[in-house]
Design a protein around this ligand. Structure first.
Ligand code: SAM
Ligand code: SF4
Length: 491
């Protein structure tokens, strides 16, 4: 294929990561990245349906693309991702000008589907109901990639989710939990490090249950067991027959990934509070490259609401786990996700969330107004939906509680010298640079000479606000080693 493509992503890191892989596949097929939708030959919309009114955004964008396609019939439009998985026929019906509709389990088929569309001369819809567990090549991380930045990369360690949180559409659109083989993840990180990636973020919906399914597969695999176990479960499991009874722990993965040469920072998202294990805390404390940042989604501080959400913990248990993490990991920053206005949430429930949020002293939070996702349990409780203005007022109060602790957290860094991974010039003031500390705090600072994105520098923090730190550069610790664009070929 020749021409240009544009991928527009709506949604979470998983989607961003899938988009990088779709871009990688299109480039491997001969297309080049284009600047804008108006001139591109192929436009991919990678959709999300976890929150908000994703449908309206998608159909709004598709409306605009329709007028473009009327003018340029050769334009090819692909709709991928969660919303495509959920709304398959609806998209084909409402937007017949879409050329390919593909789901979350067939990111690897993007190019073939475009070719099929051309051969067939009519739109192609392919939605697989689940990922083929045996085919680990289907993990988005195993595909070619065009990374958004050359020095940092996402690595999917697990797809889908086996939990059943009452508000969440993920299990329906991403399927059951499948762990990527241990050896495969370490190989991917090693290859990325050779390409100059120094920071990796491990992605999964519940990283602490990583490996549960792999043990079952290792047990049932009778051929050349040691090799298979090593690949599936990690080298330690391969060395001892009895170890196959023990599933590989996320903690072991952190240790293995964290010791890959060239990897200076390891992050991950998200651990589920009910499964946050002491081994994970120990690995975070002991492996120098694992960053002192824990994103631990709370969702609510009210026990009745947590029970109705099927989260599997109480507020007290959450705070205990958090205290254990803070006690075990020096200088830990903690962020969270909280939903406001879950069906049936009372003033007392909302108040409980404020109290827990204040006690948890979060350094930041993604706060969401509950949005009913058709097909989920909570969406059936329409008679208990919280009125929009009530939810908005509760959100306001929650935000001010979180802002207070994030501001205090940021202020506590003033006077310290922090290691910063440089992202580039600050958007508001191009004479300054922007980057992130190990705790994932945003820093704007005055450079001491030219510094390229991907460099590690030390910065003395001179000031702080609710959202960021300010400071001045002290030293260059390490320059970047990545090339500007990195096509990573999968083996
Ligand atoms: N697996 C992660 C966990 O268990 O916390 C969360 C993954 S979800 C993709 C990201 C966040 O979206 C959730 O933590 C939740 O706060 C939010 N979210 C999910 N469904 C939602 C809904 N129906 N309405 C509002 N927020 C929602
Ligand atoms: Fe959704 Fe719950 Fe699974 Fe997270 S753990 S993806 S919130 S079902």
């Amino acid at each position: 294929m020749s021409g240009t493509y544009v991928v527009r992503t709506f949604g979470c890191q998983m989607n961003e990561h899938d988009s990088e892989r779709i871009a990688g596949l299109l480039e491997a097929d001969g297309l080049e990245a284009g600047d804008d939708v108006e001139t591109a030959d192929v436009v991919v919309l990678n959709t999300c349906c976890i929150r908000e009114n994703a449908d309206n955004r998608l159909y709004g964008t598709l409306g605009h693309l329709k007028s473009l396609k009327d003018r340029r019939p050769e334009l090819e439009i692909v709709v991928a991702g969660c919303l495509a998985q959920k709304d398959r026929e609806v998209i084909a019906e409402r937007a017949p000008h879409v050329d390919v509709v593909m789901g979350t389990h067939n990111v690897h088929r993007a190019v073939e589907l475009l070719h099929e569309r051309r051969t067939a001369g009519r739109p192609v819809v392919e939605i697989l109901s689940e990922t083929v567990a045996e085919d680990h090549e289907l993990f988005p991380s195993a595909l070619p990639v065009v990374r958004q930045v050359g020095y940092a990369g996402w690595v999917t360690i697990q797809m889908g989710c086996d939990n059943s949180c009452a508000f969440c559409i993920v299990p329906a659109v991403r399927g059951p939990e499948i762990s990527r083989p241990f050896g495969d993840i370490v190989d991917e990180v090693t290859r990325a490090a050779l390409d100059g990636v120094t920071e990796v973020t491990l992605l999964g919906q519940n990283v602490n249950s990583y490996g549960r399914d792999l043990t079952v597969r290792a047990r049932h695999d009778s051929s050349d067991r040691a090799v298979d176990r090593g690949f599936l479960l990690g080298p330690e499991a391969a060395s001892d027959d009895d170890r196959v009874r023990v599933r590989p722990l996320f903690a072991e993965l952190l240790r293995a990934v964290g010791s890959v040469p060239g990897i200076r920072r390891v992050r991950y998202t998200s651990p589920h509070p009910k499964d946050l294990r002491p081994e994970t805390i120990a690995a975070m404390a002991e492996v120098p490259s694992v960053c002192e940042h824990l994103h631990l989604p709370l969702q609510s501080g009210s026990d009745p609401i947590l029970a109705a959400m099927h989260r599997g913990y109480t507020a007290e248990r959450y705070l205990e786990r958090l205290a254990a993490a803070r006690a075990g990991i020096e200088d830990l920053a903690v962020t969270t996700d909280i939903i406001v206005g879950f069906p049936g949430e009372t003033e007392a429930d909302a108040e409980a969330t404020l109290e827990v949020a204040a006690e948890a002293r979060f350094d930041g939070a993604f706060t969401f107004v509950y949005s009913p996702r058709p097909g989920t349990e909570a969406a059936e409780r329409a008679d208990e939906f919280v009125r929009r203005e009530v939810a908005a007022a509760r959100m306001e109060r929650l935000r001010s509680v979180v802002e207070r602790s994030s501001r205090l957290g940021n202020l506590s860094r003033v006077g310290r010298t922090e290691e910063v991974l440089v992202e580039g010039p600050s958007r508001k003031d191009a004479s300054r640079l922007t980057g992130r500390t190990r705790q994932n705090r945003l820093v704007h600072f005055d450079p001491a000479g030219p510094v390229r994105p991907g460099s590690y520098v030390t910065v003395e923090v001179t000031d702080a606000t609710t959202t960021h730190l300010r400071g001045r550069m002290v030293d260059l610790v390490a320059g970047p080693s990545h090339r500007v664009r990195i096509p990573v070929a999968a083996e």
